[in-house]
Each structure stands twice: as C-alpha cells, then as structure tokens.
Design a protein around this ligand. Structure first.
Ligand SMILES: C[S@@+](CC[C@H](N)C(=O)[O-])C[C@H]1O[C@@H](n2cnc3c(N)ncnc32)[C@H](O)[C@@H]1O
Length: 231
C-alpha cells in the first residue's frame, strides 16, 4: 500500500482521532494559523481574495482553521488521497468556503498561481529529504511577494536517544487523552511511512529556498511549526 491508500483507508475516522493523536493540537495548528494570517489579512485589506495553497491537505483541517480565522480566504487543497479530499470538500462546502481540490502528488508541479500563503500540516514528512528540499523551493517560488510559507510538521529529534523519548512521550500523551490500543496501533502503522527530518536542517532548507525570517515558531516534542516569508 502507498501512503495515499493508507490515508484513504483512514479517512472516515481521521478527524475524530486528531485531538488525541496530536496532543498539542490547539497550540500546534493555532501557531500555524497565526504565522499564515498576516499576508491573508493584508490581501483582504487590499481588496483581493487571499489565496492559500494547502499541501497534503487531507481532510482540510488547516484550511478550515484558516478560513475561520480569516473569512474570505480561498484555499486550494492538494493531496494524493481522494477520500481525504472528499471529506475536506464536504467540510469546506458546509461552511461556505469557496475552495478547489487537486488530486496530485507533492512531487508533481504545484497548481499554478501566486499564493499569499502556502501551508502544510503533517504531510511533508512523508517525502524523503531531497523531496522536502525540492518542495520547499517550489513552495517558496509559488508565493506572492510578502507571502508566507508555514509547515506544521512532525519532526525528527536531533539524536536517536531523543527520538525514542519523543515516541515515549507521544504514546503516554495519546493514551492519557483516551487513545486506545487499536487507535495507537493504527497511527503507528501510518507512521511506518514517515521520514521526518530535524528542525535545524529544515530551517536551513527553507533559507536555501529563498525565504527570509525563517524560524521554528512552535515546538513540543515531535510537533513543530516551521516557516518563513518571501521577501
Ligand atoms: C497526516 S495527514 C495530514 C492531513 C492534514 N494536513 C492535517 O493536518 O490533518 C497526511 C496527508 O498527506 C497526504 N500525503 C502524504 N504524502 C503525500 C504525497 N507524496 N503527495 C500528496 N499527498 C500526500 C496524505 O494523503 C494525507 O492526506
């Protein structure tokens, strides 16, 4: 099974488990929204429809949060898993958010456009490191001047010992939030497809991609929010 099939199979129960499997859910997604919001609000103030590109959008969690924070944004959601995108389209339609879904691999050319924000959550770590760097270059090039790239991501620890500790903490936090053995086993099955990279390397790749003001805006164990701005 490829990663898209794995997520398609999980699409029905995906949203219900999120707050248990991402223990720092509010701070993690909330920081991504705070980082992405300024150029979206600036576009609105200039009388334009703010354009968002959501990479590996899944069921549309991040696009929905952005649309709630900045009403009027127009997200374009890219994902390889059609069942995940179908759930996203239902959610966005029911909230009256004008959007576009594009079934594509993150290695494919990005949907044409100049975006005020290119965002991603928990998807880029499915690419190998060369794929991540290439995606960062293409995401930076797709930004309008002043636009922001933000990646709310699952990252690798700087050492194998810390990686073990990240996993231990995640298991304890997910269980404390009510994840049962089946839910954790299913999540670990999906994690077999993960290829996370450490924060330091990823910030360097974002700078090499031409972004400025690159930073890690949030980090709690394996969950980090990285990004930068097109100058
Ligand atoms: C953990 S989910 C995250 C979904 C959503 N962004 C969120 O925050 O809930 C990862 C998503 O990335 C998509 N994905 C993983 N690798 C991909 C690739 N190479 N091309 C396109 N989509 C990919 C999966 O299909 C899945 O929907």
């Amino acid at each position: 099974m490829g990663v898209a099939e794995v997520f398609d199979a999980a699409a029905g129960g995906y949203d219900g488990a999120r707050r248990r499997l991402v223990p720092c859910f509010d701070a993690f997604y909330g920081t991504a929204v705070e980082v992405a919001a300024p150029p979206l609000r600036a576009a609105l103030a200039a009388g334009r429809t703010p354009q968002v590109l959501d990479l590996g959008a899944g069921t549309g969690l991040l696009s929905l949060l952005l649309a709630a924070a900045v009403p009027g944004v127009r997200p374009t959601l890219v994902d390889a898993a059609p069942a995940m995108l179908a759930v996203a389209a239902d959610h966005l339609r029911s909230r009256g958010v004008t959007h576009r879904t594009v079934r594509a691999d993150l290695a494919d050319p990005l949907p044409a456009g100049r975006y005020d924000a290119v965002v991603s959550a928990l998807a880029v770590h499915h690419l190998d490191d060369a794929g991540k760097r290439d995606l960062y270059r293409r995401a930076a090039a797709a930004l309008a001047p002043g636009g922001v790239f933000v990646n709310a991501e699952q990252v690798a620890a700087p050492t194998p010992e810390l990686d073990r500790r990240y996993h231990e903490v995640w298991l304890a936090q997910a269980a404390a939030l009510g994840s049962d053995a089946d839910e954790i086993a299913a999540a670990e099955g999906r994690m077999a497809y993960d290829r996370p990279a450490p924060v330091t390397e990823q910030c360097r790749w974002l700078t090499e991609a031409g972004l400025v003001d690159v930073d890690c805006f949030f980090k709690q164990w394996r969950f980090a929010v990285l990004g930068g701005r097109r100058g």
